[in-house]
Design a protein around this ligand. Sequence first.
Ligand code: NDP
Length: 283
Amino acid sequence: MDKNSRITLNNGVKMPVIGFGVFRIPGGEEVVNAVGEALRAGYRHVDTAMIYGNEEGVGKAIRESGIPREEMFVTTKLWNTDQGYETTLKAIDASLERLGLKYVDLYLVHWPTASGDRGNFKSINKREETWKAMEEIYKSGKAKAIGVSNYMINHLEEMKNYATIPAAVNQFEFHPFLYKEDLLNYCKQSGIVVEAHSPLVHGERLGNPSIKVIAEKYGKTPAQILLRWSLQHGAVPLPKSSHKERMKENIDVFDFELSAEDMQALNGLNENLHLRPNPTNLE
Ligand code: NDP
């Protein structure tokens, strides 16, 4: 596995095994510069969302890079308040317009609720009608693959009752302090590729003593240890950084391998820490 490796989704689409996340990078020049640097560092997979407010800049950076479209993998997400059949169909067109693209590689339902109260979501279930529109979007070619985000086992089980096209990806919060082993295994058994959001724990736990000891042992940084942990669990990490050196550091994770013992030690850091809302109780 190297930075150019791709994982095959359940419909045959190939996705780079690491992606660049752009949550909280302001739109305009800031995101154009950040994505430009990330592409120069070797990332070919960018993860944005309508709600991040930076789709225009992501699209601009990709165009300016001169990298052929087919080499890029671009993900965006349907925001909660756009859920519903007609509104979802409109939302993808608006995202494509902002991105300046004819298609995205992956379109995700951002959360399993149509509630717009950021950080304090209520349960509003429009998942079935939303997914019907996602299937239409897939069939139209506007998204090469469709999937979900922050779906827990209960939401994925429910999906079996209404989906005719299964989700290709589930993107959820995944790092050693929130080691969702059951969900990871469920997705693997169901042929759903896992993407790890917030894989660096927002940078808040990089000073953890256990991680530091492991990092020193491999001559790597704590951030690299966290990303390697995701990769070795078969999850696709989506690190975000606004710093060029860190972008390079975060993709330089393919020249070492954590031992089974160190993977176990990192798994043991789990404390069910949710940096983003816990979706489990969204009905
Ligand atoms: P991350 O876990 O990627 O952490 C980002 C933070 O870590 C930033 O503050 C960054 O600082 C810092 N950082 C990055 N690299 C390093 C490094 N090598 N050394 C030290 N500090 C570092 O957080 P995110 O929440 O951004 O998650 C990543 C991506 O996941 C998002 O951008 C988004 O694409 C996706 N996501 C999806 C969600 C969903 O609901 N589907 C929810 C949350 C995230 P700096 O930028 O200053 O370098």
